[in-house]
Each structure stands twice: as structure tokens, then as C-alpha cells.
Design a protein around this ligand. Sequence first.
Ligand SMILES: [Zn+2]
Ligand SMILES: [Zn+2]
Length: 405
Amino acid sequence: MLSSVYILFFIYWYRCSLPAGQAGSPLIISVCIKICYGSFHLFKFYFLSVTDAACLPQVNSPLIISVCIKICYARFIILLNAKDTKFENLFYIAKRNKNCFMELPQIPNLIYYAIPFFILTVIIEGIAIFKKNPESYNIKDTFASLSMGVGNVLVNLLSKLMVVFVITFLYENFRLATIPFVWRAWLLILFADDFCYYWFHRIGHESRFFWASHIIHHSSQKYNLSTALRQTWTGGFFSVVFYLALPLLGFHPLMIFTQMSVSLIYQYWIHTELIGKMPRWFEAVFNSPSHHRVHHGSNPLYLDRNYAGILIIWDRLFGTFQPELKEEKVVYGLHANINTYNPLKIAFHEWIAVFKDAFSAKTSLAKKLNYFIKPPGWKHDGSGLLSEDLRKEWLLDQQKNASIN
Ligand SMILES: [Zn+2]
Ligand SMILES: [Zn+2]
């Protein structure tokens, strides 16, 4: 209880350092400042006074420590804003009012600028593939992917309204700090957004509710730049839940949406077979055509691997990385392909399938709900095969074949 009061005090105090119109009462500010002057026992750091107010006696309670940790986070944000970046400024209160009035940079919607580039490069790549091997290019598949892309842009006009509202509402009312538009903040949001993307994408594969919208991106049996444009029509309404931490941490909505666009544009060029492997240092850190080919593979070894957006480090960290192997040529598409170019079927077939499975299952309501929560392939009677099962089966077969040979 007391802890929540302290935290509320802190948040309120910090909000008081924000632009005009948001000033808090002097009493609350003074209490909060005094809490800040308390000893940060955990690291033996003492907060410095910027006024002549008396320091509180040392308080070593976990409550104070938790408040102090939050203050440290706020200091870090202040440091981002400060021109002189001396270490001790991290523990100095004085700069909290600096650059309060944030000027918003003019950043256009990058996706709209990228669309002509997308169309041009899809055509150039198409001609290059067709010249090499006409059999390997399927114009109907490309048009299906493009129609999914156009549908995605149109649906997003609606879903973006909701997403912008949620992100802005959280930022305006509940942010813990105000992160300025400086290059260090752009570097931070690259990591923060990419981390959110990793989990959004991973759960998109590991929970059938999210898979029902993400499956669209994997429904082509071809792999070229047009596949990147084969985007969901329904995912835009749910994906925001994976990004809520960004406005709460204090990233401005404009910064968040710009970084999301950068991530989407980055992921365009990796949808090609025309680029083999990138240099080793690049493959170690960044997502690449080779890593993402694996992600689009239906081979058991490649299923549910390489969820990365821009940085492949997350897959390496969380155990979902799989390099592309010469001896295991990628077979693109789904474990059970849908074989259709009809955009409506592509967009909704899995939604229909999951509802059918849930309603037709003769089992309890809780187990019916599990059809939406559990991974694709799950069945209430235990007869379903998940990616993990398919991989295990495949590995066993490999071992058997090796022992025969
Ligand atoms: Zn995926
Ligand atoms: Zn992809």
C-alpha cells in the first residue's frame, strides 16, 4: 500500500517536471523531492540537493529503494536529454526541467514513400527471376500477394485509428518519463521496438488466435519480394498489445510509429532468393535473406524459427535461431498448403478453420477455448502434431537413416 503511494508520488512528481499546464501542487512536489533525497541504500548513492531543503534521514526500506530505482530510470532519461553526459548527472536532480517543451520533428509516413520503391523492385526482381528460370516465377502468386498488401493498407486505415488512440492515450496519461527526439533515443527504440516485434511475431506462430492472422504472410509457396507484401488483414487490430510498453516507458507515439515503419521497410528486402548470404558479421547481428528464408520454410527443421525483425540477436538469445543449411533446401509455404490465389480465402481461411475446430470439438468449453490459445496443430484429444513434434519426428528419421547408412 505504502509502496503504491510512494510510486504515485514519484510519478506525480515527475509529471510535474513536464510542460506547462501539468504542474502539480507545491506540497506534493516537496514531498516527492524529499523522497528523492532519501538514501539510495541499494547502491549506497546519495541524491544531491538542488535547493537548500533539508535531507530526510536515511531510509533503507525496500519501498524507498523501489522508488529510487524508478528515479534512476528517470535520471537516465534526463541524461538522454542533457548536452553534457557526465556520469554523475545521472544522480542529479537539477536537469529535470531541461527541454521540457519537446519540439516534434517533421516525419512523414515512410510506408507511403516506400510503396513506389516496392512496386518497382517487385517488377525488376520478377523479370530477373523469369529470365533465369520462367518455371520458378508464378505471376498469379505475385498478384495474390499484392492484393493482400493493398487490402492490408486499406484495413489499416481503420485499425490504425484504434492503435494511434491506444498508444497516444497511454503516452499522454501513464508514461513514466518523457523521452526526447535525440539520436540516443532512436537507438534505444530500435532495440525496444525490435524486442516487442520478436515476441509479437513469436506469439503469432505459437498461439492459434494470432496465427489465424499471421498465417497469411506464410501462405505463399514462392519466396520473392512480393511475399513481403502478403500481409494480414486482421492482425492490425491485435498487434498493438505487444507494443504497450513503449508509450509507457515514454517513447513518443510519433517515434514509435516511425520505428514500426522502419522495421517493416527493413523486412522488405530480406524476402528474396537473389541474395545468398551476407557477410558473417552482418548475419551474426542482423536479420538477413538467408535467416528469413528459414523462417518461411515448411521443413520440420525450419518450422517456427528466426522470428527476428531487424536484429537476429533475439532468436540467438531466446533459443529460436536456425541457420540456413546447404543440405536442407528450404521448401516455402505451410505445413498444409492452402493452394489458392483468392485473397478472401487467404485472409480468412484459418479464422474459419479455428472456429470450426473449436465448435465441432465434443469437449468442455475450456478445451474449446484452448483451440484459440494453444499452438497451431493442437487438438483436445491429444492427436494433434505441433511444430516441436514434427521436428522431433524428422530428427528421429534423420538419425535412423544415418545409422542405416
Ligand atoms: Zn512469421
Ligand atoms: Zn516474411
